[in-house]
Design a protein around this ligand. Structure first.
Ligand code: GUN
Length: 303
């Protein structure tokens, strides 16, 4: 049996970063502008700390200015809003990223709404959500943007494809639906109350899995020859006898799709790791360059 072709997110993300680096150099030379990204990290969430370090490193690698503001978990909402206002009016800051999740005492919606939509490189502001859904120029959330790029690299034109998105989060599922609708797909969003989920999956030319449940999607849920994009990042115990150097049981990174089963049925599949993961930060850098151009009144580059 033919196995699915593996979608190489690492290589596609690298090409985006290379284009971004060229554009950063171009903006420096022609406009005297070095795009800059400021990341706000509240508290000590270990996963967030790793993400933020990676963002900082990759922003520097493409030649941008990157700054991370680390705040104590007990910062008041008022002081966080004050900081955002200061960054909004600072012309040396092109992109503002507020790392989520926030501590519970802070109203996430309220602080995201305080970010200048032109500096909202996550595309989480209501203005950008509205722009995306109306097919207007918008800052687009980085992970769904990455999924769409993987699909277009793999399939070209998506017109008429039946797409199923598993998961309805504001960060992935909902913006993904808008993006695929804009590409003329017929879009379904499935969620925890969806009936006959496996049947809905089997009808789909494109399956986007973003539910956060390790290896939930099985091989016989997948339409033969279809394209599967796995957004899940789940850490599970590795096989029983595998141990780390410190003697603790080893962990293994898996997606929401049972990859070993799915690759025997799908036409194309994105792996975990090495699929969607690297696309997210590449698009954050891309969004930052585009934001810098909007703020300077420069034509948006084709990245
Ligand atoms: N936390 C997990 N994913 C994301 C993301 O894409 N953006 C932000 N700001 N926080 C996150």
């Amino acid at each position: 049996m033919n196995e699915a072709q593996i979608i190489d997110g690492k290589a596609i993300a690298r090409r985006i970063r290379e284009r971004v680096a060229l554009e950063v150099e171009n903006l420096k030379q022609k406009n005297g502008l070095t795009p800059s990204l400021t990341v706000i990290l509240v508290g000590e969430d270990p996963a967030s700390q790793i993400y933020v370090k990676s963002k900082e490193k990759q922003a520097n690698e493409v030649g941008m200015i990157s700054d991370t503001i680390r705040l104590k978990a007990d910062i008041t909402e008022k002081n966080l809003l004050k900081l955002i206002n200061e960054l909004n009016s600072d012309i040396s800051v092109n992109g503002i990223l507020l790392q989520l999740p926030l501590p519970e005492h802070i109203d996430e919606g309220k602080v995201i709404f305080a970010i200048d939509p032109l500096k909202d490189v996550d595309g989480f502001h209501l203005v950008n959500i509205g722009r995306l859904w109306t097919g207007t120029k918008a800052s687009i959330p980085c992970t769904p943007s990455g999924c769409l790029q993987l699909l277009k690299e793999t399939l070209g034109d998506l017109t008429g494809k039946r797409a199923l998105i598993l998961g309805r989060s504001n960060i992935v599922g909902k913006p993904m639906a808008a993006l695929l609708l804009n590409e003329n797909c017929t879009v379904t969003i499935a969620h925890s109350s969806t009936i006959d989920l496996a049947d809905r999956c089997r009808e789909s030319d494109i399956l986007i899995a973003a539910v956060g449940r390790p290896q939930m999607i099985l091989g016989d849920w997948i339409k033969p020859g279809s394209t599967v994009i796995d957004v899940g990042i789940n850490r599970i115990d590795a096989s029983l006898n595998e141990k780390n150097i410190d003697g603790k049981p080893a962990k293994q990174l898996v997606g929401d799709v049972n990859f070993e089963e799915a690759k025997l049925v799908a036409g194309h599949i994105s792996p975990v790791p090495g699929g969607v993961g690297p696309m997210t930060i590449a698009n954050l850098l891309r969004n930052t360059v585009i934001a810098a151009c909007w703020q300077m009144g420069i034509d948006e580059p084709n990245l």
